[in-house]
Ligand binder design. Structure first.
Ligand code: GP9
Ligand code: MN
Length: 628
């Protein structure tokens, strides 16, 4: 028998797993590295995490148990990497614990998920398979029961390595753990596994917040709103739509970059473009989506509550039984009847439950529609038949009503049959972006047909129609193709924020004063705007946005990750940009964001505001608030 030096299996497993994870970080996630320190931390953290994970095996006395531990741990850990990778391809983000409980949504993703899995993903399990096979062979590795001294030594070494890693991370990014709302920073500094542990701790902390809340927290929040958000004068549009129906169109994944833009010399959204020019339409060209992981549901949450969705998970899932004071509930007192129309399963995004909590009277879900293979594509009923069939529901509703129609066809992966394509796909390395254009055009045509239908009834004259893009459709994963389409050298962090603009059109038949408005604005502003248009006072309400037509509006729009857009600045990736020119004003090269002074004042406000909104939700504080 040949004499081979025998190494413990947990060492080999750690090395292989470390190399693999490093490759995934470096080449499969799109993690930004600004300096060599960050590169170094990103290089060491996979090995540290893997060692901590596998070294625990020495505590098992029986060698066979040690082997078993290493096998299963390796497999589970590989699966976690794989799941994050698939998730990342869709959301450019990492999984959070609350997200795992949105499993029913994940399952509903169906065909979308399959397009996110690549054939070469099986390579992620290669080390695990090797270790599995090797661990079953007798001679290859040291297989002994370790002495207590050795166990303690290995444990101490793990902790020391971990502490070293955290120390470097904290030096590189001060206050990483207290401010950790940017998941990419966390993953690049402490690694995927430690990030997940951090996330679990955060989750438990948030859960306990509700239990210990007693309502005293409201005083601070109320004074923050009174001092920084509330405007006391009414805008000149107050009551402009009093007594009218509100027909709200949630335009799935519609981003502003396609508006008034062309593909192969053709307009992408000819109808919306003409609607924007209409004298009855107010178009907001600097309107930002502010959603987090809850996508459509987050945009709905923002719109109805003027509060921020959560930085982790979808508030529709995590806090659907909270007390809210949302638009549908408020307008009920003014005689309004409210409904959502959406031809998808009512459990998706936990809508049944949440709509009840925010006070919608009725939900026309997929059971209220005739859906068959001929009128469906991708996610379900196509937008044209959806609008067509929705008219009769609108007609049957008690007036005045507030009705939200949620479209579906323009959803990732933007599938569309040849017969529904009025423009050809784009040509780039991203099929997602390529197919986006014909799908957007289809939605544009569907909305046009809906307008025609409305005009043939008396609904049109008696309603205002609002169209809003819910969130981005093209993630940063497609930046190469996007830069090609936009004719830019690259998509900078500044461009990325600007791509978070979604169209908002408020169409008021007979108004005649419509125009394009450039105010910096966002989804947080919708509730106060709608209520003001309907002539409803919000004196005592809790909200974080302003009437879009008001003077003296709050000067910034906060994005869910803490970035913001103000009249002067765009703050993102630790850098302060001039909003209009995109020029860098101050850069955070290395040592924390404290130095970026021009943006600092607003940054503090943004942080406080997001914190207050989170506290309201985590503590379920509105249950203590007297709105009258
Ligand atoms: C599903 C639809 C799409 O019902 O609202 O949700 P999204 O994936 O865009 O959040
Ligand atoms: Mn959506």
């Amino acid at each position: 028998m040949n004499e081979r030096p025998r190494i413990p299996l947990y060492i080999t497993a750690s090395l292989l797993f470390g190399i693999k994870t490093y490759i995934v970080y470096r080449f499969m996630f799109n993690i930004e590295l600004d300096n060599s320190m960050q590169e170094f931390i990103l290089f060491i953290n996979p090995f540290v995490s893997a060692f901590v994970m596998f070294a625990i095996s020495v505590w098992f006395n029986k060698p066979s148990r040690q082997m078993k531990y290493i096998r299963y741990t390796g497999f589970i850990a590989s699966f976690i990497v794989f799941a994050n990778l698939v998730f990342y391809r869709q959301f450019t983000d990492f999984i959070t614990i609350p997200q795992l409980f949105m499993g029913s949504n994940m399952a509903d993703l169906g065909s979308s998920i399959l397009t996110l899995i690549k054939p070469y993903d099986f390579l992620l399990f290669i080390d695990t398979v090797l270790i599995w096979v090797w661990s079953k062979r007798k001679e290859e590795f040291v297989k002994v029961s370790y002495q207590k001294r050795w166990k303690v030594f290995v444990l101490s070494l793990s902790l020391l390595l971990l502490a070293g890693n955290f120390l470097l991370a904290e030096m590189e990014r001060p206050q990483l753990f207290t401010r950790g709302f940017d998941r990419e920073y966390l993953v690049k500094n402490i690694g995927l596994f430690n990030y997940h542990i951090y996330d679990i701790v955060q989750h438990s902390k948030a859960e306990s917040q509700r239990v210990f809340a007693d309502g005293n927290e409201l005083n601070d929040i109320k004074s923050f709103i009174d001092d920084n958000v509330r405007i006391n004068e009414k805008s000149n549009m107050f009551g402009a739509a009093e007594g009218k129906n509100v027909i709200w169109i949630n335009a799935e994944s519609l981003q502003s970059f396609v508006i008034k833009n062309e593909l192969n010399g053709e307009e992408v959204t000819p109808f919306l473009n003409s609607l924007i020019e209409d004298e009855d339409t107010y178009y907001f060209e600097n309107f930002y989506e502010q959603t987090g992981q809850g996508k459509t549901s987050d945009s709905e949450f923002l719109v109805e509550n003027s509060m921020y969705p959560l930085s982790r998970g979808a508030v529709f899932f995590t806090h659907s039984t909270n007390e809210y004071h949302a638009t549908p509930e408020i307008i009920k007192d003014e005689g309004y009847n409210s409904a959502v129309l959406h031809a998808n399963s009512g459990s998706f995004w936990n809508r049944f439950q949440m709509y009840d909590s925010i006070g919608f009277d009725h939900f026309y879900d997929e059971n209220s529609y005739e859906i068959n293979p001929d009128n469906s594509v991708g996610w379900g009923l196509k937008d044209k038949p959806f609008f067509e069939q929705s008219i009769k529901h609108l007609q049957s509703m008690d007036k005045p009503f507030y009705a939200k129609l949620i479209t579906l066809t323009n959803h990732f992966p933007f599938e569309l049959g040849e017969e529904d394509r009025s423009i050809e796909p784009y040509h780039s390395n991203s099929n997602t972006l390529n197919n986006y254009f014909p799908a957007v055009r289809y939605m544009d045509e569907a909305i046009e047909e809906f307008f025609t239908l409305l005009e043939s009834t008396d609904l049109y004259e008696n309603s205002i129609i609002v169209i809003m893009g819910d969130h981005i459709g093209i993630s940063a994963n497609h930046n190469k193709a996007m830069s090609m389409y936009l004719d830019k050298e690259e998509i900078t962090p500044y461009d990325q924020v600007q791509l978070q603009r979604v169209p908002l059109l408020i169409h008021i038949p007979g108004d005649g004063n419509g125009k394009t408005i450039s105010t910096v604005s966002g989804q947080i502003d919708i509730k106060p705007t709608i209520l003001s248009l309907l002539g409803i006072d919000t004196k005592n309400d809790i909200y974080f946005g302003n009437d879009l037509f008001a003077k003296n509006r709050k000067s910034y729009i906060a994005l869910r990750n803490g970035d913001f857009i103000s009249n002067e600045f765009i703050f993102t990736a630790g850098t302060c940009y001039n909003r209009e020119t995109g020029e860098i004003i101050e850069e955070d090269t290395n040592k924390g964001i404290e130095k970026v002074s021009s943006c600092n004042e607003i940054r503090n406000n943004v942080e406080t505001e997001l914190q207050h909104s989170d506290d309201l939700i985590y503590g379920d504080l509105l249950r203590f608030y007297d709105f009258d």
